[in-house]
Design a protein around this ligand. Structure first.
Ligand code: BEZ
Length: 211
């Protein structure tokens, strides 16, 4: 059964570059970004992991823990980490899971047999403090992901978890948002006494509420 948005992220225990990870304990009230890469010592993956390491201050600011996964061995992770630091200028600063049996990869549908029988595709899950899946994306091996987009989605998730708003196309932190249709005009008046721009009764735009 595929893991869908809103499902509880399956728990697991695996060895990582930072010791044994019990996944649900690791999340521990934070958000997690669990992402797979196909293979160590490959070019696109090297750029992705280096960039994710560079983004650590941004993840920290948002209370998010990154955690990588591939079916490579732990000792290979250690060797490759040196290349990541050398070529990308940032040392690995988040755990990299060694799922050598591919058990977690299969649990999370990270192996797509018609793409490759054993290697993981580029799957990524954002998991909330409630351990539920908030976002899932899947990219092929040949295309590096946009981790700035992952941060953008996390900003939207954090905002919409707090306020009864949604974020429009291409929204970025600080831009106008949408009052969700489930909020009546009476309730909206109480929350937004300054009013809103109503393009349609179902499309009401307001400045982003404060955090
Ligand atoms: C890469 O990271 O460049 C890559 C990995 C596996 C297959 C193809 C490309």
């Amino acid at each position: 059964m595929a893991i869908l948005i809103g499902d509880t992220a399956p728990d697991f225990t695996l060895e990582s570059t930072e010791g044994t990870i019990h996944f649900h304990d690791y999340i521990d009230g934070s958000r997690a970004v669990l992402f797979s890469h196909p293979k160590n010592f490959t070019p696109v993956c090297t750029t992705e992991l280096g960039y994710t390491a560079k983004l650590k201050p941004e993840f920290d600011k948002r209370g998010v823990k990154a955690i990588g996964l591939s079916v490579d061995k732990l000792e290979d992770h250690a060797g490759w980490a040196k290349d990541i630091e050398e070529t990308r200028g940032t040392a690995l600063n988040f755990p990299l899971l060694a799922d050598t049996k591919g058990e977690v990869a299969r649990q999370y549908d990270m192996i797509h047999p018609n793409a490759d029988n054993t290697l993981t595709v580029r799957s990524l899950f954002v998991i909330g403090p409630d351990k539920k899946v908030k976002l899932k994306i899947e990219y092929p091996a040949s295309t590096g992901r946009n981790f700035d987009e992952v941060l953008r989605v996390i900003d939207s998730l954090q905002l919409t978890a707090k306020h009864r708003v949604a974020t429009p196309v291409n929204w970025k932190q600080g831009e106008d948002v949408i009052i969700v249709p489930a909020v009546s005009n009476e309730a909206a008046k109480a929350k937004y006494p300054e009013g809103w721009t109503e393009l349609k009764p179902y499309l009401r735009i307001v400045p982003q509420p404060c955090a």
